[in-house]
Design a protein around this ligand. Structure first.
Ligand SMILES: Cc1ncc(COP(=O)(O)O)c(C=O)c1O
Length: 390
């Protein structure tokens, strides 16, 4: 048996060792990283709401209700702020009801393992987020993975593997490491045809995509065709937590069956108040303006990178991967960029398949166009130096 130290050493040798960097001060488009001012190009705080004054004020005011919620929702941790946030989410998404979870990870593991169990079947896009995979494993349902965005392959699986139990099709709305979007219109049709439930994890689309920020389902005009719209509050909304927006029946079922909901202390007042304020901002003319700025920043950045010959891996959103390939070269690319004042993380296995390591650049509405021009120049310089482009 290997010791922990030996396993860590093996990770180092393969270029797969992970460690954390420290940010001092607020989360913004620029941050102080280990004492150095850098452009932040790897945050999911897409609209820049994490340090928005309105969210901060809402959190400050809610501190009047204390810092903790004291218990899980079903014991005595259900505060009126939880219900106000859920009502706000349901109104925003146009669903009968919503249920708040403590994080996206807790939501996916809790929702999936509640909705299906032994004898049921899950149909999951091969590039779905790890928390979906973990939820599927916890559920003990038969787990069928279909090739990325391949609805013909999914249909074949639905014909062959259904059985008599419940069927759940689950997909990321925006794929977190690729920045492309699931074909939700076709998935809605398949779910109806094969009597399956459809769950969409819109962690990276919520607040950002669609004319009014309602996410990837709004882009396809299928907001009412999805049984469970899962979303997170810690990315585009700049706060923390997650939710399932669904029918009253499904939410009631989750209250009774989702173990991550039942067996965990509920979110604290300041976070809940900040999330309500975040949805208000997203759902306002200011939110529209932020989405327009984000879209124009994304277009500028992609045009520069693609013009220089980088492979941005089919990105359709503010998540812009740059394909590198080997792990060591990817980490070297990231280190070189940091020396030039640009903070981008390299993404390696197990997050992405071996040989498809990439830099995952994420654009924010609050980046200045000149900052993105500068970052693109640095990326091109390092890309040429390392032979990623010629
Ligand atoms: C697609 C997707 N789902 C779920 C999660 C988990 O959300 P949270 O960070 O709120 O736990 C993430 C976060 O990285 C994600 O990218």
């Amino acid at each position: 048996m290997q010791t922990f130290a030996e396993e860590l050493q093996a990770l180092r040798a393969e270029g797969l060792y992970r460690s954390m960097r420290t940010i001092h001060g607020a989360q913004g488009g620029r941050v102080e990283l280990d004492g150095k001012d850098v452009l932040l190009l790897c945050s999911n705080n897409y609209l820049g709401l994490a340090d928005h004054p309105v969210l901060k004020q809402a959190a400050t005011d809610a501190i009047g209700f204390g810092v903790g919620s004291g218990a899980s929702r079903l014991v005595c941790g259900n505060m009126d702020l939880h219900e106000r946030l859920e009502a706000r989410i349901a109104a925003f998404k146009g669903t009968e009801r919503a249920l708040v979870f403590n994080s996206g990870y807790a939501a996916n593991t809790g929702i999936i393992s509640a909705l299906v169990g032994r004898g049921d079947a899950i149909f999951s896009d091969r590039l779905n987020h790890a928390s979906i995979v973990d939820g599927a494993l916890l559920s003990r349902a038969n787990f069928h993975r279909y090739p990325h965005r391949d609805t013909a392959a999914l249909e074949r699986l639905l014909q062959e593997k259904g059985g008599n139990g419940r069927r759940l099709i689950v997909t990321d709305g925006v794929f977190s490491m690729d920045g492309d979007i699931a074909p939700l219109d076709k998935l809605v049709q398949l779910a109806r045809r094969y009597h399956a439930l459809l769950m969409v994890d819109d962690a990276h689309g919520s607040g950002v995509l669609g004319d009014t920020g309602r996410g990837s389902a709004e882009l396809f005009g299928v907001l009412d065709g999805i049984d469970v719209q899962m979303g997170t509050l810690g990315k585009g909304f700049g706060s923390f937590g997650a939710y399932a927006a669904a029918s009253a029946e499904i939410c009631d079922y989750l209250v009774n069956k989702a173990r991550s909901f039942i067996f965990s202390t509920s979110l604290p007042p300041a976070v809940l108040a900040a999330s309500i304020a975040a949805i208000d901002v997203v759902d306002s003319p200011e939110g529209e303006q932020l989405r327009r700025r984000l879209a124009s920043n994304v277009a500028l950045f992609k045009e520069r990178l693609q013009g220089a010959g980088f492979d941005t891996m089919g990105s359709e959103t503010q998540i812009v991967p740059i394909f590198v390939g080997p792990a060591e070269a990817t980490m070297e690319f990231s280190r070189e960029l940091l020396e030039r004042g640009v903070f981008v993380q390299g993404i390696r296995p197990p997050t992405v398949p071996a040989g498809s390591c990439r830099l995952r650049c994420t654009i924010m509405a609050t980046h200045e166009p000149a900052e993105l021009e500068g970052a693109a120049e640095a990326i091109i310089e390092v890309g040429i130096k390392l032979g990623v482009i010629s």
